[in-house]
Design a protein around this ligand. Sequence first.
Ligand code: FE2
Ligand code: FE2
Length: 166
Amino acid sequence: MSTDAIVLLKADHKEIRKVFSDFEKAGENANAAKGKLVNKMIELLTVHTYIENEVMYPRVRALLPELEDDVLESYEEHHVADLLVVELAALKPTAERFTAKTTVLIENVRHHMDEEEQDWFPQVRAGLGRATLQQIGAEMVEARKKAPRKPSQPSALKKTIDAVIA
Ligand SMILES: [Fe+2]
Ligand SMILES: [Fe+2]
């Protein structure tokens, strides 16, 4: 199986996008289904953010300094999503703001994933090449094994805090 970093991250994005559209298709009053989908969303986003923050972004930043500004912007976009995720994790599906907050999270994350896929990944692929992307991907596979699955786990917040106070 390929461990190309970009292939792995795109596969994550695809899975995340599926949960987003399932949420949008769930009925207005499908509280139980929407609650489950949001839990799934939170888990997928927590893991994905962790492997990008811990492996992909620092490696790219070190190897391709010309992409540093994009990496810093991505840390901030992850941070905004993290804040929404933490708030959402504390809300019941019956809460007045539950659907609105989820919708804003979906809009933000979709925009971020579109930018990564359409703009950033092609630049990273051109700059790093196949062998390096395979190596970074292998590191991500390892990082995924110890990734937090809930935003309340301390390791989920570490890199975001680093990005803000560093
Ligand atoms: Fe990202
Ligand atoms: Fe991503």
